[in-house]
Design a protein around this ligand. Structure first.
Ligand SMILES: Cc1cc2nc3c(=O)[nH]c(=O)nc-3n(C[C@H](O)[C@H](O)[C@H](O)COP(=O)(O)OP(=O)(O)OC[C@H]3O[C@@H](n4cnc5c(N)ncnc54)[C@H](O)[C@@H]3O)c2cc1C
Length: 452
């Protein structure tokens, strides 16, 4: 016997939890299915604990910047309060009771287990079958993956999930992968006195960002004593006597811990996509502007391939909820997806990079302003690395992309995200005032630099 409900949400990442709660509050009968923790990766293993780590590491760095600027300082890193804060404040020891109660308090029924589509509008969890009158929402997210390196399988390597549960900073750490996750973790552990080396197969860090961002980050990392190897492939890994050894072809590297940060696999296998008329082997679930993936099926979050960010998941959830409730609303726009790498300096960007704009054959010119040359950057002095880069579509006279790197780069990005999202004419951006002496005032200098 199937239980009749209005909506079944499979996977409760940030978007799924939001959708299930809002649909239930709107009066629909909602079954919310989760196999791990309500809230997904972000609160327990990703955004929240890693930003607590970043905050702690940032305090150490600022403490270390006192000499020459404000007196003397001695900074002695201690991972214990970081681990305690993640355990007690962020994750309740990786227990989702608060989130589960919040969800059921909104009226949704929480069902624990793996959800699988077993027919049109039908979801099976363990031995329970649900028939969804209005539809099914998929928010199954991603799982960390490791590359197929000889010997790696079976070694006790870390992914982000183990790294956020660390009870002490390792003496040495190799980070495989110089993307967002690898970069943030490398700097955090280095600031807690781990000897860190980052290995990246591409020829620069943060490959999806402007080349200036990866180049600057490398420079900062090397100045801080973090080893950076780019254009390097690991051919074999061994783990003996508590030590990892990586074969890089012409050299070997050893460390106490190995963090794999090379990417994530969408959780689509075994989900029964084929029973909803979708491709069971797909690497993502394509959706239209209202998050519809198939008749009676909506998909949101990382699995849609529109950006692996909590804000994308939440944004898409709100659109799916509107659509399920039959409310009017604009379709999704990805013109101004913001992204922040929470290193120091923060590397924040929105919209297209210069290379992406060129790939789309857009007529663009760029403007750049270096933060250390801006009044605020000069005043700030130590720790002032950064720049603002603007990508203007010369035909439209609007920004199609921007990068803000610096202290609080993610906050500077707010102004640029508004400009890209609203397609504000650069002529208008040039006419406005920028508070003196803020970091974001460097936007004015970057606008003045637009050329080429
Ligand atoms: C280290 C790290 C740091 C990050 N930092 C940031 C950041 O600062 N800012 C930001 O915006 N993003 C960040 N992200 C990305 C962010 O975590 C994800 O984009 C976000 O969690 C949204 O994912 P999601 O909604 O697709 O689902 P997820 O959070 O991946 O959750 C999916 C849920 O579905 C469940 N599930 C899967 N299959 C089934 C099934 N068949 N049945 C039942 N349940 C199922 C899973 O158990 C999981 O709980 C970070 C990621 C990592 C790894």
């Amino acid at each position: 016997m199937a239980d009749e409900v209005d909506v079944v949400v499979i996977g409760l990442g940030p978007g799924g939890e939001h959708a299930a709660g809002n649909l239930a509050e709107a009066g629909l009968s909602v079954v919310a299915v989760e196999s791990r923790l309500v809230g997904g990766e972000c609160p327990y293993y990703a955004c929240v604990p890693t930003k607590m780590m970043v905050r702690a590491a940032g305090l150490l760095a600022e403490g270390g910047r006192v000499p020459g600027m404000a007196g003397d300082s001695t900074v002695r890193p201690d991972w214990a309060p970081v681990a305690a804060r993640i355990r007690d404040e962020a994750t309740d020891s990786w227990d989702d009771k608060v989130a589960a109660d919040r969800l059921t308090g909104k009226g949704a029924e929480l069902v624990r287990g793996e959800g699988r589509i077993t027919g049109p509008g039908e979801v099976t969890v363990n031995d329970r079958v649900f028939r969804a009158r209005r539809g099914i929402v998929l928010n199954t997210g991603t799982t960390p993956t490791a590359p197929p390196v000889d010997g790696l399988d079976g070694t006790p390597y870390w992914t982000n999930r183990e790294a956020v549960q660390a009870t002490r900073a390792p003496g040495s750490l190799i980070v495989l992968g110089g993307g967002v996750v690898g970069a943030e973790m490398a700097q955090v552990f280095s600031r807690f006195d781990s000897r860190v080396t980052v290995i990246e197969a591409a020829d620069r860090l943060l490959l999806n960002e402007e080349p200036e961002s990866g180049d600057l980050l490398r420079d900062v990392f090397e100045r801080e004593g973090i080893g950076v190897r780019t254009g390097v492939n690991v051919t074999a890994v061994t783990h003996d006597d508590g030590e990892f050894t990586l074969d890089l072809g012409d050299e070997t590297l050893s460390a106490e811990r190995l963090l794999i940060a090379t990417g994530r696999r969408p959780n689509l296998k075994g989900l029964g996509l084929e029973n909803a008329g979708l491709d069971e082997d797909a690497r993502q679930v394509p959706v239209d502007g209202h998050m519809r993936a198939a008749d009676g099926v909506w998909a949101i979050g990382d699995i849609t391939g529109m950006g692996q960010f909590t804000h994308v998941s939440m944004y898409q959830a709100a659109i799916a909820v509107r659509d399920i409730l039959g409310e009017e609303g604009s379709p999704a726009s990805y013109r101004a997806v913001p992204r922040v790498t929470f290193t120091d300096p923060e590397i924040a960007s929105v919209g297209l990079t210069q290379a992406q704009a060129r790939d789309q054959n857009l007529p663009v010119r760029t403007g750049i302003a270096k933060l250390p040359e801006s009044p605020r950057g000069w005043i700030h002095k130590v720790g002032n690395d950064g720049f603002i880069k603007l990508i203007e579509n010369t035909e439209w006279g609007t920004l199609v992309g921007a990068t803000a790197v610096g202290p609080s780069g993610g906050e500077i990005l707010g102004a640029l995200a508004v400009a890209v999202h609203t397609e504000a004419p650069t002529a208008v951006l040039r006419e406005m005032m920028y508070a003196y002496p803020t970091f974001h005032r460097a936007i004015e200098a970057a606008l003045a630099d637009l050329s080429g």
